[in-house]
Ligand binder design. Structure first.
Ligand code: ADP
Ligand code: MG
Length: 719
């Protein structure tokens, strides 16, 4: 009997050529095939008498083949096949180009269904390239007379082929036990898995297809919520070192800051400190707009740990940012003698409340981390937490791990840090705080990062100037360049961001349905930024100092470029989106974005946040060639928005959740991703997961669900 796990190559009767092509689409098992859902349906459900056909109508006709003729086109380039079919009301011709094999399938005298569009050709109605299907009295039609599923195809593997194979397999396979508990299905009025599979491929009406699709999205959301809940429970059973945090001490530290904390910073800090007092590990996401001041909240948490004699690991996504954090820490706490070190590929430094720039050897720094003299160690994710090939730094007594711009800490990384513990049997889990400037709508954050607690900094420090944002049409490009020159002459600096051009576009060929080749993509991006750099430095601003930054550069080169820019040695930095996360160059006052329509609102918002960090007025110039109304209104939203969260909500509605959890492959199934803005469905999945876990946390009464959850967790790797 055919099961979901059955490999297609072990099923008799599937042609070898077909298998090779399926293989190309990564379709190897019955499950892969059945989960290759149609992306749309052609509606040929109305069966019409030939005499009633109208021009441009999409319909199915039933009749008898009267005559078949093959002829060459007048240029002899291709074969035209014409089939005359009649029913009791009249006759119509169907024509195909270059498909001579049709003459073998359709013989005069057989009964057929044709489904397609009726067009006018040489003054007569014809059906052009209709789907065809020989029928008998008992045929269950698959290609005509209904909603016809259309699949993403590859050469030689047509929708027709998919329909044929899928319907045969659905008929022959063993019924699948549903992993969603019966009670969940019935209380949510969801079809069971077999019905849903049948209905998503061969629906009788659109309602059936939609309910089936919803069920599959629900299934993934349900598993996602269960994963979150189980993670939460597991974490609450672990022990963490509770810290003693004294309000007098905290207030003193805060009063020594060179600025006053905002309400939102204060609130977030209190939430973090409350977590640190507990003997269960903190698992918190601190969200706040660019420039909202997350670092200081993190820093105070780190210093609270240091006050308790414990250590903190602070992990940044890039060396540039690690360096920036190191400086921020030093600046904020310059009067407090707390050993702080920075560990990077090319350099290691440490300071103890004195010389920030003092270099130490790598081995000395690591030794002082191990002896506990260094209380706060800053570096990149890989350097501190270790990776597949590297060992993590050895801490004497690590209590807190802070990660910047990485929504979730990898299970492996966490495990590597937990293993730090010296006394066996007394393992504790470190407290975790992750920080993100990506303003994820709260609802979405609760779904995807549902095992994290959330603190949100939703206000900027007072006195920040509004960034003047303008949409620049091609006609005003020169004016904008003049303005940029004038700003540079006044001593300011400029970012120019270039979009990624899809590899396909760059090479002028269409590769629809092919997975995007990441490497090609990166090169296309580099090519684009290189061209822009050349143009600006040769013809537009030959007199200015221009540099170029992109993902193909070595990290030491990037660091050098950034520090040159920071130091004011460069006027204009042309960059790909690598500039996106966190860089702080107060003297940069213009953010110019090429092809602004190619970026998501949330991302544009992030770019804009790179400027407006000083007393100088800052500007964001959005260049676009697109005059489409949707583009204009989308970009206009950026002009009006009060904060990133507001934009995030809009992006969620306009572009879907991919924008937030985005480029990085999360492993969250497609359908579930698309459904993340269906709040009702998300909520239903949350409730269902909560009620099951409440009843049976170990899922011992739900073996099928348990098994499915295990494989789901393997598949997703949230970061
Ligand atoms: P982000 O949240 O983007 O990481 P940072 O923590 O880098 O923001 O803070 C941006 C800048 O604002 C830093 O230079 C920091 O010192 C400063 N800053 C932080 N909090 C305040 C505040 N409450 N008032 C004034 N400036 C602040
Ligand atoms: Mg930051």
């Amino acid at each position: 009997m055919i099961k979901l796990e059955t490999e297609l190559r072990n099923i008799k009767g599937i042609n070898e050529k077909f298998l090779t092509k399926l293989d190309k689409l990564e379709i190897k098992t019955v499950r892969d095939l059945l989960w290759h859902f149609p992306f749309r349906y052609d509606d040929f459900s109305s069966v019409v008498k030939i005499a009633d056909l109208k021009i441009n109508q999409a319909a199915t006709i039933r009749g008898v083949v009267k005559k078949i003729s093959l002829r060459r086109s007048w240029r002899r380039k291709f074969v035209i096949i014409e089939v005359l079919v009649t029913d009791e009301t009249g006759g119509i011709k169907a024509i195909w180009f270059n498909q001579p094999y049709i003459a073998k399938v359709l013989r005069a005298g057989i009964r057929v269904n044709f489904a397609g569009k009726v067009i006018l050709s040489n003054e007569e109605l014809v059906m052009q390239s209709p789907a065809y299907e020989p029928v008998t009295a008992t045929t269950q039609t698959r290609h005509t007379a209904g909603l016809i599923p259309i699949y993403s195809e590859t050469k030689g593997l047509t929708s027709k082929g998919f329909r044929f194979l899928i319907s045969a397999i659905l008929r022959a396979m063993e019924s699948v036990k549903d992993f969603i508990p019966e009670e969940v299905l019935s209380s949510n009025e969801m079809p069971n898995i077999m019905t849903a599979l049948r209905n998503i491929h061969f629906p009788l009406n659109m309602g059936q297809a939609e309910r089936a699709r919803e069920r599959f999205a629900f299934a993934d959301l349900f598993l996602l919520q269960l994963t979150n809940l189980k993670n939460r429970i597991a974490l609450s059973r672990e022990k963490a070192p509770p810290l003693v945090i004294d309000a007098v001490w905290t207030n003193e530290v805060i009063s020594k800051l060179p600025f006053v904390l905002t309400e939102a910073q204060r609130r977030s800090l209190d939430e973090v400190l409350a977590d640190l007092r507990k003997s269960q590990p903190m698992n918190r996401l601190l969200q706040g707009d660019v420039g909202s001041g997350k670092t200081v909240v993190a820093a105070i948490a780190g210093f609270a740990a240091a006050e308790n004699g414990k250590q903190t690991a602070f992990m940044a996504p890039t060396e540039v940012l690690a360096r920036q954090h190191y400086k921020t820490f030093a600046k904020i706490f310059k009067n407090m003698a707390i050993g702080t070190g920075i560990l990077m590929g090319g350099e290691t430094r440490a300071y103890y409340g004195d010389d920030l720039e003092a270099k130490v050897s790598r081995s000395k720094l690591l030794a002082e981390v191990e002896s506990g003299k260094i209380k706060i160690l800053i570096g990149t994710h890989a350097l501190i937490s270790g990776g597949k090939t590297r060992k993590p730094a050895q801490f004497k007594d690590l209590a807190l791990a802070i990660v910047d711009e990485q929504h979730r800490f990898g299970v492996d990384q966490r495990a590597a840090l937990v293993k730090q513990e010296k006394t066996p049997g007394e393992e504790t889990t470190v407290h975790f705080l992750s920080m993100s400037a990506t303003p994820i709508p709260r609802t979405l954050a609760l779904t995807v990062f549902g095992d994290l607690d959330l603190s949100i900094i939703d206000e900027l420090p007072v006195g920040r100037k509004q960034i003047i944002t303008k949409i620049v049409s091609p006609a005003n490009r020169q004016k904008a360049y003049d303005f940029i020159r004038q700003q540079v002459k006044a001593g300011r600096q400029v970012f120019v961001i270039c979009p990624r051009i899809a590899a396909a576009e760059a090479e002028g060929e269409a590769v629809e349905d092919e997975p995007r080749d990441k490497r090609k993509d990166l090169w296309a991006e580099v090519k684009n930024v290189t061209e822009e750099y050349e143009r600006l430095s040769k013809s537009v601003f030959p007199d200015l100092r221009i540099a170029m930054l992109h993902g193909k550069l070595k990290s030491t080169e990037k660091a050098k470029l950034m520090s040159d820019f920071s130091a004011g040695h460069t006027d204009i930095l042309v960059s790909t989106s690598v500039i996106e996360v966190g860089v702080d160059v107060p003297n940069a006052t213009i953010m110019m974005i090429e092809g602004a329509d190619r970026f998501g609102l949330a991302q544009l918002y992030q770019f804009r946040g790179r400027v407006g960090r000083s007393d100088h007025q800052s500007y964001c110039l959005l260049f676009t060639d697109s005059t489409a109304e949707t583009t204009q209104s989308r970009l206009n939203a950026l002009l009006k928005a009060k904060n990133g969260f507001e934009l995030a909500e809009q992006d969620l509605a306009l572009r879907g959740p991919g924008e937030f959890i985005g480029d990085k492959q999360t492993g969250i199934p497609d359908l579930a991703m698309k459904s993340l803005n269906n709040m009702e469905l998300v909520k239903a999945a949350r409730d269902a997961a909560a009620s099951i876990v409440k009843k049976d946390a170990e899922l011992s009464g739900y073996p099928a669900l348990r098994a499915q959850l295990a494989s789901f967790q393997q598949q997703i790797h949230l970061e």
